[in-house]
Design a protein. Sequence first.
Length: 300
Amino acid sequence: MISSVLKTNALESEAIYIFREVVSQFEKPVLLFSGGKDSITLVRLAQKAFFPAKIPFPLLHVDTGHNFPETIAFRDKLVEELGLELIVRNVQDAIDQGKVVEETGRYASRNSLQTTTLLDAIEEFKFDACIGGARRDEEKARAKERIFSVRDDFGQWDEKNQRPELFDLLNGKIELGQNVRVFPISNWTELDVWSYIEQEQIEIPSIYFSHKRKVFVRDGMIWSHSPFVYQDEDEVVEERVVRFRTVGDMSCTAAVESYAGTIAEVVGEIRQSTISERGARIDDKRSEAAMEKRKQQGYF
């Protein structure tokens, strides 16, 4: 137990150091906020990094329009309670403007369409550092990322052209038009995040805990019954006790059957799990390199 706490404290110290480096090296940082557990953890870390001052940068939410209602409600509650600046940009606007095309069919999702909206927001506000909650344990493409990950003036990522980060030295020097994605919890695992949430008693959306929900099963995965999720006529809606390990666009995020109703129970469940949390994300299953291709194009 003591070693676990020491590890959590070390990870917290590293993240706080990264946040302070961002503010010292960049002119217009922003925190990418989804309302999920990782971005909520980033907010707590940012609070600690700059206490007693307020968090010195805004939050940016790229809203697909197909988010879980619980997540949006929690987002608005958190922002109001902490007095944070929230910028919201909508994927629907990019669709209406003809910049992206809405997907159709059984596996249609707006998740990948967020890239265009994100890049437009970066250009609109001239953000030079976008702080995100990606972790190396989530997916093999994310395991290739540096903590300071440089994007070119088209927002693209080149996995072969990354800077060394020896001895925790973070180089934020960029050329005109470039920006950096920053990952303060890159070295954390899903269990580390939940252990920190437990240690800090951080409030998170109810969707992460077991609850009764109308769902249907497709390809062995449990999907929310929603107007945002395509459903065949023969796919039967039923009520099950489920929770979500990760929160994204409703159309690509599946639930898991679970009776974990407290943070401690979730932590215990994750310790026993043999499946990655992103195993419930259908957008990662489109191809072996699905995430990497999206990241190369400017995705989170």
